[in-house]
Each structure stands twice: as structure tokens, then as C-alpha cells.
Design a protein around this ligand. Structure first.
Ligand code: PMP
Length: 423
């Protein structure tokens, strides 16, 4: 039913790009998984506020008070969007990468971290200074839970532990069994952080419903501009940790000691990890995006996205040379993120041709998830592609893949143009 929902207005819908074949065409942004276009409504909200901004938590003037209110209201709006518990903390960060690095810096002493090798590098790499155990790629959601259960059963139960898992893969778009993984983690006395960078733009994410301890996401994938992200969840580890950045705003009292040194008392609130002048426009933009998605209604957005996913998958299935990459199989629930390779084609050339000949923007590469993409392509880690390295020659086995991704702002025409171009 096409009346399910019309695409939400986003920036850049009328941008035209030149084609190598001559003429120009409106740009089809099909790389939402990297950065989604900002909602027009978010942009308007930011523009409406921009003349009034002043420093946050620092100034006595009217505009400083206004900005402080706006920043703290944004925090409350996003916490509500995420279904946070009353005593959770919500820290504004720069991005998901920043949020997970913050949590990694706040791990209690001796903490063990459990993470699947299939994660995005932002979830895979920040823990390398801790005792981290990388888990093999599961082939079903059930296997993911079993693998985690087995790994946790082996651990020393007296030591703190953290599981880090994605909600939706940035490569396959497949949903991970977050609720079950959270239950497994908690049954073994571990905590869990959800990387919702790809999930939050497509599905409602509730910390309480999923029973996760923390959630992280990025504004620029959730229809807000770049530069703002969120880490929300349990306050205790965050409060006990050294501030992520040392500086003004994080410190409650700083005194000079008799021996010439300096003593600091840090804030216990989220401000502890928000030193420096915060990104009030970014926080405002994220809150505005959360409101816009809530008002549009996730039931409606999910139903519309399902139509687009079905159209892309049906179109790709008609091309025998196309192989869609999947960990959990064809029937797995997924968001609008689909990666594939085309027999006889170099993925980078293919993506470049979609751009140059059809005005379609997709992504090619290993999508900052090298171990997962290599597993899916069956490529040898020693010879497989790396960021910036040349792709396989035409006719050779692909070392990279092509990714098409879309969401709330995608019109049918973009998906139709993509399917026809691939054909
Ligand atoms: N996790 C996942 C699943 C992602 O897809 C991404 C971005 N591609 C990130 C984390 C990192 O997000 P950011 O680049 O905004 O920090």
C-alpha cells in the first residue's frame, strides 16, 4: 500500500549531478548507512535556534540560559526516545565511535569484554586495552546467543564483564537478537552495550524493553547533521570513571595544593564526560530528529522501509550475477542496508558506474567491518582487500562489496533507478 507513508522531507532532494553519458539527473542518495541526509525539519529547527545561541552552563545572559535549557531539554528528549531508566545518564558525544571509546575508557579494573568479530570497527576496536575476547561469526541469531552463553560460562564470575553488540549490521542490515543477548549477559553477571548506530534510525530502541545497560548511536545516521552522538545508560560505571576529557565543565572544584599540585573534584552527572563547551546545536538537532521520527511513527516508517527492502531484494534476485551477502539467511529480519557482489565485476568499478552513469550514490569497500566482510566473501585474510587498496581485477573474485542503504527520506524512484541500473 503506497499510502503507508510518503518519504519524510530531507535535504538534497533536488540536487542534480552530471552524468558521464551527458546531461544531469537528481542525485539518488543510497548510502544512508554511512550518513543519512538531514531531515528538513531538523535543519529548520536548527536554523530557527541559531540566532539565539549562547554558551551552555557558563553564561549569565539570557541567551546562555536559553541555550542551557535547550541543551538539557535535548538530553531529556533523547532519553525519552531511548526509553531510558530514571537513573540512567545520557552523555552527548561526537558519534557512536566516540561513545564506545568513552565507555571503553570507563571500564572497571579487570573488566573482560566480549565482542563478535562481525562488529563494525567502532565496536570492535575500542576494547583492545582491556581483556577482550573476540567471538566467531555466528550463522544464526540462535547461534549468536549460544556462542555468547558458552563464552560467558567460561569467565571468572567475580570479575566485571561487558558484552558489546550491534543492533543491526552495517553490512548485511540483519537484526541481532539483542534482547536474548542481553538476557544471556545478565544471567552471567555481565553488562551489555548496544551499538544502535544502524538500528536507531530504522526501529524504536528502548533501553528498558531490550534491557541493555547502555546504548550508543550517531546523529548523522539518524537524520541530524554531523558532530553529535549519544551514550546513554547505567550511571555507576560512568560516575566511577575518570572523566573522558579533563577540563572545564567536568570539574566541580579545582584547588591548588600546598605542595604546588592541583586537586580536582569532578561532577557526578553526565557533565563529568562532557568537558569543554558542548555542541548545543548538535544536541538540539539530535533531539529534533528523535521527535520527528517519533511523530512520523516507527510502525509507519518500518512498513514503508519494508516495501523498499522488498523492492531492492526482488530486483537484485532477478540478476543471476548478483550475490547478496548475508550471515543469517534470506528470511532474517533486516533494515534497509543491503550489500552484494556482482560476478565478473570489480565492486569499486560497479559503484563508480552507478554514480557516473546513473547519479546513484552507494558505497563500496569493506565498510569498516573487515573481518565480517571477509567472512561473507570467503576471502583469505592475508590477500583480502584493505581500505584504500585496489580492488580485484574484473573477472577475479571480489575483495570488496557494494552496499545500498536507504531510509525514511528515500523516494520509490531512487530504489527503482537503482534496480534498473543494476539490471
Ligand atoms: N557502528 C555501526 C554499526 C556503524 O554502522 C557505524 C558507522 N558506519 C558506527 C558504529 C560508527 O559511527 P560513527 O562513524 O558515526 O562514529
Amino acid at each position: 500500500d503506497q499510502s503507508v507513508c510518503t518519504p519524510l522531507p530531507v535535504l538534497g532532494r533536488d540536487v542534480t549531478v552530471p552524468l558521464v553519458t551527458g546531461g544531469e539527473v537528481t542525485y539518488a542518495a543510497l548510502d544512508y548507512a554511512a550518513s543519512a541526509p538531514a531531515l528538513q525539519r531538523v535543519w529548520d529547527d536548527v536554523a530557527a535556534y541559531a540566532p539565539y545561541y549562547g554558551s551552555v552552563h557558563r553564561g549569565a545572559g539570557y541567551l546562555s540560559q536559553l541555550s542551557t535549557d535547550l541543551f538539557e531539554n535535548a538530553r531529556a528528549t533523547v532519553a525519552e526516545f531511548l526509553g531510558c531508566r530514571a537513573d540512567d545518564q545520557l552523555v552527548f558525544t561526537r558519534s557512536t565511535t566516540d561513545s564506545l571509546n568513552l565507555l571503553a575508557a570507563a571500564l572497571p579494573a579487570g573488566c573482560q569484554v566480549f565482542v563478535f568479530e562481525t562488529e563494525h570497527h567502532a565496536s570492535l576496536l575500542p576494547w583492545r586495552d582491556a581483556r577482550v575476547r573476540y567471538l566467531d561469526a555466528p550463522r544464526t541469531p540462535g547461534q549468536a546467543v549460544e556462542t555468547l552463553e558458552r563464552a560467558l560460562a567460561d569467565r571468572d564470575p567475580d570479575e566485571p564483564a561487558l558484552v558489546c553488540v550491534t543492533g543491526a549490521s552495517n553490512v548485511t542490515g540483519e537484526l541481532w537478537p539483542v534482547r536474548e543477548l542481553a538476557a544471556a549477559a545478565h544471567a552471567h553477571g555481565a553488562r551489555i552495550v548496544l551499538d544502535a548506530a544502524q538500528l536507531a534510525p530504522h526501529h524504536p530502541v528502548s533501553v528498558q524493553d531490550l534491557d541493555v545497560d547502555w546504548v550508543a548511536f550517531s546523529g548523522h545516521k539518524l537524520y541530524a547533521p554531523f558532530g553529535s552522538g549519544v551514550l546513554a545508560g547505567r550511571a555507576d560505571w560512568l560516575r566511577a570513571a575518570e572523566p573522558y576529557l579533563a577540563g572545564g565543565g567536568a570539574s566541580r572544584k579545582v584547588t591548588r595544593r600546598a605542595d604546588g599540585g592541583v586537586d580536582v573534584e569532578w561532577h557526578d552527572s553526565a557533565a563529568r564526560h562532557e568537558a569543554g563547551s558542548p555542541n548545543v546545536i548538535g544536541a538540539h538537532a539530535v533531539a529534533s530528529a528523535c521527535k520527528a521520527l517519533t511523530e512520523a511513527g516507527f510502525d509507519t516508517l518500518v512498513a514503508r522501509e519494508r516495501q523498499l527492502i522488498d523492492a531492492v531484494r526482488a530486483g537484485l534476485a532477478e540478476v543471476p550475477e548478483v550475490r547478496v551477502l548475508s550471515l543469517f539467511g534470506d528470511d532474517a529480519p533486516r533494515v534497509g542496508v543491503i550489500s552484494f557482489v556482482v560476478d565478473g565485476w570489480n565492486s569499486s568499478h560497479f559503484a563508480a558506474a552507478l554514480s557516473a552513469e546513473y547519479g546513484i550514490g552507494v558505497r563500496d569497500g569493506l565498510f569498516c567491518a573487515h573481518p565480517l566482510v571477509r567472512t561473507l566473501l570467503g576471502s583469505d585474510p592475508q590477500t583480502a582487500g584493505e581500505c584504500g587498496a585496489p580492488e580485484a581485477a574484473p573477472g577475479e573474485k571480489s575483495l570488496n562489496a557494494i552496499r545500498v542503504s536507504f531510509g525514511a527520506g528515500t523516494p520509490d524512484e531512487h530504489v527503482e533507478r537503482f534496480v534498473n541500473a543494476v539490471k
